[in-house]
Design a protein around this ligand. Structure first.
Ligand SMILES: NC(=O)c1ccc[n+]([C@@H]2O[C@H](COP(=O)([O-])OP(=O)(O)OC[C@H]3O[C@@H](n4cnc5c(N)ncnc54)[C@H](OP(=O)(O)O)[C@@H]3O)[C@@H](O)[C@H]2O)c1
Length: 241
């Protein structure tokens, strides 16, 4: 029986690549998304992967959404917490709304999504939780105090929960992508990308979503059973921890 994998924000960007790679590796995949129905519909049409709409910052919505996935596909054995947003501003201009939106989605979203599947993973003595953090959670980034704090929080969440899951066959790991060529990064002005960001990446290019997806497939596999609480930095050599 193939395992069920649930990918938040799995309908576009890095999440879409993760959903596609997990399906290719034999998983039954469910892709969650927030509101972009058009993209989600096109994604399902193109890939055959069902999409489910709910907001990861809303605990009740997560519980209800996960219940639908379980009903239609089976218990969630692999959870990829990928959904994330930016609301960039220099700190002196950052509004409480900028702060809360990012923390609620990028950090509280991990609690909201993982908590409802955790007991089932413990009961079945197997689980994989893979959190997509960011290079900017490791090193900090000006203009992203909210985002950097949320992504650093994801790493603390990963390390603490890994210790709780270890004896129950559940691994909890994080991936810190560097700059990956998705809409989130393409939204950065071309001049800033080519003159300021790419020169800081030793391999000389943006990463591809598929390069992150391959890390996820590995961490989800039985082969990765001894790896927990760890962080894979996939950033083209831009930052070493
Ligand atoms: N791109 C990069 O260079 C980069 C680097 C480091 C880390 N990351 C991290 O990698 C992850 C994916 O980034 P990306 O660039 O692929 O992002 P993206 O292209 O902007 O896609 C974001 C995905 O998350 C979903 N989403 C956003 N808020 C949500 C919410 N509240 N509830 C449910 N789904 C939500 C979106 O759904 P809709 O389509 O409905 O909006 C979309 O599917 C994020 O956590 C990001 O922080 C990205």
């Amino acid at each position: 029986m193939s395992r069920v994998a649930l990918v938040t924000g799995g309908s576009r960007g890095i999440g879409a690549a993760i959903s596609i790679a997990l399906k290719a590796a034999g998983y039954k995949v469910a892709a969650n998304y927030a509101g972009n129905d058009e993209t989600a519909r096109a994604f399902t049409e193109a890939t055959g992967i069902p999409t489910y709409k709910w907001d990861v910052s809303d605990y009740a919505a997560c519980t209800a959404g996960i219940a639908r996935v379980v009903d239609e596909l089976g218990p969630v054995e692999v959870l990829v917490n990928n959904a994330g947003i930016t609301r960039d501003a220099m700190f002196h201009k950052m509004t409480p709304e900028n702060w809360s939106a990012v923390i609620d989605t990028n950090l509280t979203g991990l609690f909201n999504m993982t908590h409802p599947v955790w007991t089932g993973m413990r009961d079945r003595n197997f689980g994989r939780v893979i959190n997509i953090s960011s290079i900017n959670g490791q090193k900090g980034q000006m203009g992203q105090v909210n985002y950097s704090a949320s992504k650093a929080g994801d790493l603390g969440f990963t390390k603490a929960l890994a210790q709780e899951g270890a004896a129950k066959g559940i691994t909890v790991n994080a991936i810190c992508p560097g700059y990956i060529g998705t809409e989130m990064v393409r939204a950065i002005p071309e001049k800033v990308l080519t003159e300021r960001i790419i020169p800081q990446i030793p391999v000389g290019r943006l990463g591809e979503p598929e390069e992150i997806a391959r890390c996820v497939v590995f961490l989800a596999s039985d082969d990765a059973g001894f790896i927990t609480g760890s962080t894979i930095s996939a950033n083209g050599g831009q930052f070493f921890v």
